[in-house]
Design a protein around this ligand. Structure first.
Ligand SMILES: [Fe+2]
Length: 309
């Protein structure tokens, strides 16, 4: 019996060490040249045909070993999406909190993780991406915080709303973009903070701010297909006024609420097929060392909490 326990323990330790190897490799790797959002979106201009996919994830929070290890697993899965070459995966978009706390180290690690993605990555600004400065690191590694770009039959708008608000200037730009998008089959918006709380027990309550309703009415008026966001480290899908609101914030950082509430490591794949769209959520099992070091205990905690309350 003792021998069996010893063998199982050794297998688990070996599996944990094996699951740590990719993140060790990441920290020992060199820094690739960063590229901006504009450079990434430029690569989409030559795309032809209206059958394609793109991927959205958020809240990688790069720069912390837990987050980086998980994000590498997410990236490996993303890179396997195109293995059958049936549908082109045009790009990946992040909805912000790309870095743990916006330090130079965090940006370097984010840039290394991003360089492993097999297609261009367009990154929105998150509230933790300028914790350490006035946004100069974001400008260096990512470029514009607000931008719009097109890919095939779709129009994409990226908005910086990390203040928890949108200025009148941003609303004017958004409406201008939405008017321009009328010649396209689809409109998608990517922003860090969701305009409506995705989780009823959430601490984040955007509905108390005037921008949220104004923004949602504009999305409804111009028939936006999906508004993607992060900020909350969960997956939740809502629909208001014919517009889908997806919070997809499980890109790397350990999630803090029970998995049943939508808190799990994941990314979202969006399929565009002419005038149709669809999406799938890819749930990723965390690296083994992280499962035994955190997620297993978190699940046990919530199980006991529910069972004993
Ligand atoms: Fe976050």
């Amino acid at each position: 019996m003792k021998k069996t326990i010893k063998i199982i323990a050794m297998i688990l330790i070996a599996a944990c060490a094996y699951s740590l190897a990719p993140v060790a490799g990441l920290y020992l790797s060199s820094d690739p040249a960063p590229y901006t959002n504009s450079q990434a979106s430029e690569k989409l201009k030559a795309n032809k045909g209206n059958y394609f996919e793109f991927i959205v994830l958020s809240d990688i929070h790069a720069g912390l070993i837990f987050d980086d290890s998980a994000a590498l697993k997410v990236v490996r899965s993303i890179n396997r999406e195109g293995r059958f070459k049936k549908v082109p995966i045009d790009f990946v978009a992040t909805a912000g909190d790309n870095t743990f706390r916006g330090s130079a180290w965090d940006y370097r690690i984010y840039n290394r993780i991003r360089s492993q993605v097999s297609c261009p990555v367009i990154s929105a600004m998150g509230n933790h991406d300028e914790d350490k400065d006035d946004g100069s690191l974001f400008r260096k590694y990512v470029g514009k915080k607000d931008l719009s770009f097109t890919d095939r039959n779709s129009y994409f708008i990226v908005i910086d709303n990390i203040s928890g608000n949108m200025t009148d200037g941003q609303f004017a730009d958004l409406e201008e973009d939405l008017k321009k998008s009328s010649g396209y089959a689809h409109r998608f918006i990517i922003m860090h903070k969701p305009p409506v709380a995705p989780y009823f027990q959430s601490w984040y309550r955007p509905e108390g701010n005037t921008w949220s309703y104004r923004f949602m009415k504009l999305c409804e008026e111009y028939k936006v297909d999906i508004v993607f966001s992060g900020h909350e480290h969960i997956f939740k899908a809502k629909e208001f006024g014919g517009v889908k609101y997806l919070t997809s914030g499980g890109g790397g950082m350990p999630t803090q609420i029970p998995g049943a509430g939508g808190a799990f490591l994941h990314y979202t794949v969006v399929k565009v097929y002419n005038d149709y769209i669809d999406y799938e959520v890819r749930r990723i099992f965390p690296p083994i060392w992280e499962f035994f070091g955190y997620y297993m205990w978190s699940d046990i905690f919530y199980f006991l909490k529910d069972a004993l309350s």
